[in-house]
Design a protein around this ligand. Structure first.
Ligand SMILES: C[S@@+](CC[C@H](N)C(=O)[O-])C[C@H]1O[C@@H](n2cnc3c(N)ncnc32)[C@H](O)[C@@H]1O
Length: 157
């Protein structure tokens, strides 16, 4: 159920399609002063690219096997196990993340759109980051077809 706080959130949602677009955002969105939480890091390829621009990164994945492999591959990055839906554990990792990167299996199909929006809203409400960058083709398509109504639009008619 929507509430007043949700409408006041300033977090921007950056929707990308495919891993290439997801990684392209790093150059524009990741700043050296950021504190970043990455969700769904798998073997750490994107984590390593983020870490090159910002040292304050916690990269996470639900799979302990992925985390073990990522730690061996990129020993300078901090990797932790996390199920994105376990928000209490996410909060134990910090409360001042400025950007959140999310690439979880299953978030791209059209059927997953509501799950994506619920996940983004939960992370935006709790952490109030400046931006959440998400790999989700369904969200990108939805965003492309959306227009935030603004009364001034009338003057264009
Ligand atoms: C496509 S891979 C991520 C690829 C990675 N971002 C990269 O750029 O190389 C998706 C990852 O989401 C993880 N995942 C799936 N469900 C998750 C959940 N509930 N919480 C956290 N990670 C999850 C999987 O274990 C998998 O490693």
């Amino acid at each position: 159920m929507a509430n007043e706080k949700q409408f006041k959130l300033n977090t921007k949602y950056i929707a990308t399609r495919g891993v290439e677009e997801y990684r392209q955002t790093i150059e524009e969105w990741v700043k050296p002063y950021d504190k970043i939480l990455e969700i769904g890091c798998e073997w750490g390829t994107t984590s390593n690219l983020i870490q090159k621009r910002c040292r304050n990164l916690i990269a996470t994945d639900i799979s302990p096997d992925c985390i073990e492999r990522a730690r061996l591959k990129y020993p300078k990055v901090r990797f932790e196990t996390l199920d994105a839906f376990n928000i209490k554990t996410a909060m134990e990792l910090g409360n001042d993340f400025t950007k959140i990167y999310i690439d979880m299996s299953g978030l791209s199909s059209y059927r997953s759109l509501l799950d994506v929006i619920a996940l983004l809203t939960m992370y935006a409400s709790i952490f109030e980051p400046e931006a959440i960058i998400v790999k989700s083709g369904s969200l990108k398509q939805f965003a492309k077809n959306s227009i935030a109504w603004n009364h001034q639009s009338l003057s264009r008619q």
